[in-house]
Design a protein around this ligand. Structure first.
Ligand code: NDP
Length: 472
């Protein structure tokens, strides 16, 4: 993504500090991302890993090597050697000021460090204060992981703590979904095609359905997941960011401000979700996951109906669902269009699909359109066909989201990061359903979630790809 004009002259970061270097995110995403950046010649700065473990720098390098190999990255010894030579490990507890003194000594003469908070969200404020306590806040940038707060009020409080030491322009609230190829591509395809825009509104769209399904469970992250659940883990952030990108008006220009203004307006126009339209589920076997509290009522599945009171979307239901241990791993957005006013040759009560557009975000990245045509042959019966790029053109060939977003933060370009107001609006939208909800409904692993979620979309034709008759 090119730097927006207002940020092109910002200094590039000269040090990357990875808090949480021994954690899951660092292992799966951050080490592979910095390695890819180094391979492309875009890193070339010192990298300090910080964590509790009593490691040496050699241990950190070995941990990074194993993580990169495990993620299946194509090996480039020279690039890894350059990265390894730039790495330093600092061990310590974030609750202790001595940790930040050690960090300051390791940081040397940095002018513009970038600090990645790959740590439990409960530690964000403590670490920001620790950085400021040793004067490393000067010229610095923060990459803050999600969830940003636990609700609206705690997010306000966290913003206030961060703003005591860091300007809003120094805070990069990361949501790696926004860095995904399919979502960046949506910005281009929506506004570059004159034929798309006239379709994209309440006149022609009957509903929008967004799914983030994972075929795996919480695995070894039971303690972390049990304290957040699907709503805080992915719905308040990833799914609402997807809504904002799909539903926003065209930004007035390509600047970070213009894009973030439009995203903010969509979220501001969303109604607070009614608890009557919220379904929670928990997969069978979740309670046996190590780290999960006995009798936990944490949701591993959530689905809700969202209304956007804007001139473009008023009256169009948006259905959002996210779940673990589901039938498939797939993230997608389906835009369903209204039926024509007087369809010819379509029998009454026919189950032919509506026209729809499907944007697959994961595992592949492509758009597909479902159209109706006459079934070839004597009769006039219509059939549905899907127009989509061939399989070899569907792969997500762009940089990995973390690779792209770390690079953007190092350049100081906030375009793809969540601004303070959008995070607060997201919490406002879900604020009632964070506390007013029914007990979780059980669902079988490998299914499409609890029965209640099917009821939510029944009048609009069900969830996409759901087997007939509801969940299996
Ligand atoms: P982990 O629990 O795996 O890692 C947390 C890290 O913080 C570990 O390095 C841990 O060190 C360290 N840590 C915790 N407490 C302290 C402390 N008091 N002092 C020093 N170090 C401490 O979490 P994840 O990596 O899974 O998640 C980190 C963040 O990233 C969260 O905000 C999460 O929401 C976000 N995220 C995670 C994703 C993932 O796939 N894992 C995806 C997207 C976002 P130690 O190991 O020594 O305890």
């Amino acid at each position: 993504m090119p730097s927006s004009p207002s940020t092109a002259d910002r200094p590039r970061s000269d040090l990357l500090v990875m808090f949480g270097a021994s954690g899951d995110l660092a292992k799966k995403k951050l080490f592979p991302a910095v390695y890819r950046l180094e391979k492309r010649g875009l890193l070339g700065i010192p990298v300090i890993g910080v964590a509790l473990d009593d490691w040496t720098t050699a241990d950190l390098v070995e941990h990074a090597r194993a993580a990169i190999v495990e993620e299946g990255e194509e090996w480039d010894q020279a690039a890894f050697d350059r990265l390894a030579a730039n790495m330093t490990y600092v061990s310590g507890n974030y609750a202790e000021p001595a940790t930040f003194e050690k960090l300051k000594a390791a940081a040397g003469a940095t002018q513009h460090p970038v600090f990645h908070f790959a740590i439990p969200p409960s530690m964000f404020a403590t670490v920001a204060e620790g950085i400021a306590g040793v004067g490393l806040d000067q010229g610095a940038r923060l990459i803050i992981e999600k969830p940003f707060g636990r609700d609206h009020d705690s997010a306000v409080e966290l913003n206030a703590t961060l703003h005591e030491h860091f300007a809003e322009s120094a805070i990069f609230r990361i949501d790696h979904f926004v860095g995904k190829e399919a979502l960046r591509s949506l910005l281009v395809s929506r506004f570059a095609n004159a034929i798309t825009e006239p379709l994209w509104n309440r006149n022609l769209v009957s509903s929008v359905k967004i799914t983030m399904a994972e075929s795996f469970g919480v695995e070894d992250r039971g303690a972390f997941y049990d304290s957040v659940g699907a709503m805080r883990d992915v719905m308040q952030n990833h799914l609402l960011q997807m809504v904002a990108l799909l539903a926003m008006e065209q930004p007035v220009n390509e600047s970070a401000k213009a894009l973030r203004d439009e995203k903010g307006k969509v979220l501001e126009a969303c109604r607070v979700v009614d608890p009557e339209h919220y379904v929670r589920g928990q997969y069978d076997g979740y309670l046996a996951v190590p780290g999960v509290k006995a009798g936990s009522d944490t949701e591993t599945y959530g689905a809700f109906l969202l209304h956007i009171d804007s001139p473009r979307w008023s009256g169009v239901p948006f259905f959002l669902r996210a779940g673990k241990a589901m039938a498939q791993t797939v993230t997608e957005m389906t835009i369903e269009f209204k039926r024509p006013p007087r369809p010819l040759w379509i029998p009454e009560h026919s189950h032919l699909p509506h026209n729809s557009m499907r944007i697959e975000v994961k595992p592949d990245s492509f758009d597909a359109m479902t159209l109706l045509r006459k079934t070839p042959g004597e009769g006039m019966m219509p059939e549905a066909i899907t127009v989509a790029p061939p399989p070899d053109m569907r792969a997500d060939g762009g940089p990995e989201p973390y690779e792209l977003l770390i690079e953007e933060a190092m350049k100081g370009d906030p375009t793809l990061f969540a601004r303070e107001d959008t995070v607060l609006e997201s919490w406002r939208i879900v604020e009632r359903i964070l506390t007013e909800y029914s007990p979780v409904e059980p669902y079988a692993q490998g299914s499409w979630g609890p029965a209640g979620a099917s009821a939510l979309t029944r009048r609009t034709g069900g969830w996409p790809e759901e087997p007939p008759g509801g969940p299996v």
